[in-house]
Design a protein around this ligand. Structure first.
Ligand code: NAD
Length: 409
């Protein structure tokens, strides 16, 4: 098929790359000329395992442009532009604008919205623009996005047209995933419900981690393991840490909470999850302060990891960056290292290696769970604060791990 993809970010470019690998011809459009230029040269504009190979291998089947006009030959067009929040409310204007432009360029193609959209967005597109769209939300995780697109847990298709739904189902049939075909509104809400549920799970376990820190002989990692073995609970998103960040959970929790309020309902559990997450950085700053014998004002803090999770270069709403923001006003100096995030951050001394970052710091904070941090060597004079619980506590003399009971190492 000739498949158009509008918005070549984390979702769009992975969708395009996987569908090109399946033999489809891809016509990608983005307003960002730099990104389009890189893709035209066969280079991935983001760090995502396996993506670069797919893009370069299928470059003969890919075309990229900033001009919507190239979409005129597409049989279907995916929309994967941002849906940020502004003042806590979800902003669907990028989707409205991209759908309008795609439809102007090609009135015959089936338009499929992959962006995360509030319930009622497809209906709004229908009433305001006179265009029918299929809602096909995306569930990838950054860091495993290629694998998640090739082998998703499920495909959700919201459509008023059986024919359009069938067309979308056949595109994804190679995945073998169970498919739910339903209304646009159900498909839209399934996405928010899924993300806010996972975020709530994270906040739940982080609150329990706080409780563990007050109790002797407890460890949240052991408790999570014990809970997660129950199939009804599952071990996923049950790891205590620094709280959720990234481009989806923070904005999607805010969006659902404010959307619910706008229709006269309250999602109090989601609101609590947001509040628990907001306080997470205070907790970590507290641990850092407790470990600075001579006060944080003279301490050199080393932050290992800047991306919001391992295997990505995405720092959007990263808790590591939020932590640095809070430390800047208080700490003597801040050093940081990340395996892939290399651009400078205001007020932070960027280090070329993890060893340099550790060497220059008095307190070393694990802020992202990159595999290469799992076995760091740290001098006995320095304190290690493991906010991601990836280290063996017994290897370090001065150690604090989130969710480990008081009095224990
Ligand atoms: P992104 O910011 O990485 O990429 C969006 C791209 O759209 C950018 O390259 C931008 O230049 C382009 N763009 C913006 N306006 C445009 C327009 N009018 N026409 C053409 N291009 C335009 O975003 P993302 O992370 O890929 O997320 C896209 C959507 O998918 C969002 O709704 C997000 O919530 C959802 N989503 C993201 C993820 C994820 O892991 N990142 C997972 C599931 C769902």
């Amino acid at each position: 098929m000739r498949i158009g993809v509008v918005g070549l970010g984390y979702v769009g470019i992975v969708t395009a790359a996987v569908l090109a690998e399946r033999g489809n011809e891809i016509i990608g459009v983005d307003v960002d000329g730099n990104k389009v230029g890189m893709l035209e040269k066969g280079t991935a504009p983001i760090h995502e395992p396996g993506l670069g190979e797919l893009i370069s291998r299928n470059s003969n089947r890919n075309r990229f442009s900033t001009d919507y006009g190239v979409l005129k030959d597409a049989e279907i067009i995916f929309i994967s532009v941002p849906t940020p929040t502004s003042n806590g409310n979800a902003d669907m204007s990028y989707v409205m604008s991209a759908v309008r432009s795609a439809s102007n360029a090609n009135g015959n193609a089936i338009i499929i919205v992959k962006s995360t959209t509030l319930p009622g967005t497809a209906a709004k597109i229908r009433s305001e623009l006179g265009i029918e769209v299929v809602t096909n939300p995306e569930f990838i995780s950054e860091g495993t996005a290629v694998r998640d697109t090739e082998k998703p847990d499920r495909i959700i298709i919201g459509s008023r047209s059986r024919k359009a739904a069938d067309a979308v189902e056949s595109i994804w049939s190679f995945t073998g995933a169970e498919t739910v075909v339903t209304s646009n509104e159900n498909a839209e809400l399934i996405k928010y419900a899924s993300n806010t549920f996972l975020a709530t799970k994270i906040s739940f376990v982080n609150e329990l981690a706080n409780l563990c820190e007050k109790l002797p002989n407890t460890d949240i990692d052991v408790i999570s393991r014990g809970m997660g073995l129950d199939k009804r609970i599952s071990p996923y998103f049950l790891k205590a840490g620094m709280g959720f960040g990234g481009s989806c959970f923070p904005k999607d929790t805010r969006a659902l909470a404010s959307f619910a309020r706008s229709v006269g309902e309250t999602t109090s559990i989601v609101e609590a999850a947001i509040e628990v997450n907001r306080k997470r950085i205070d907790r970590v700053v507290g641990h850092i302060k407790d470990s600075c014998g001579n006060g944080i004002g003279s301490a050199r803090i080393g932050v290992l990891g800047l991306a919001f999770k391992k295997d990505t270069d995405d720092i959007r709403e990263s808790q590591a960056i939020n932590l640095i923001g809070r430390l800047k006003a208080q700490a003597g100096s801040i050093y940081a290292y990340d395996p892939v995030v290399k651009h400078g951050i205001d007020g932070v001394n960027m280090c070329a290696t993890k060893e340099e970052c550790i060497e220059k710091s008095d307190v070393v904070v694990i802020a992202t769970d990159w595999d290469e941090f799992k076995d760091i060597a740290v001098d006995e004079s320095k304190t290690v604060i493991d906010c991601k619980r990836i280290l063996d506590p017994n290897r370090y003399k001065r150690f604090k791990g989130v969710g480990i009971g008081t009095g224990d190492k």
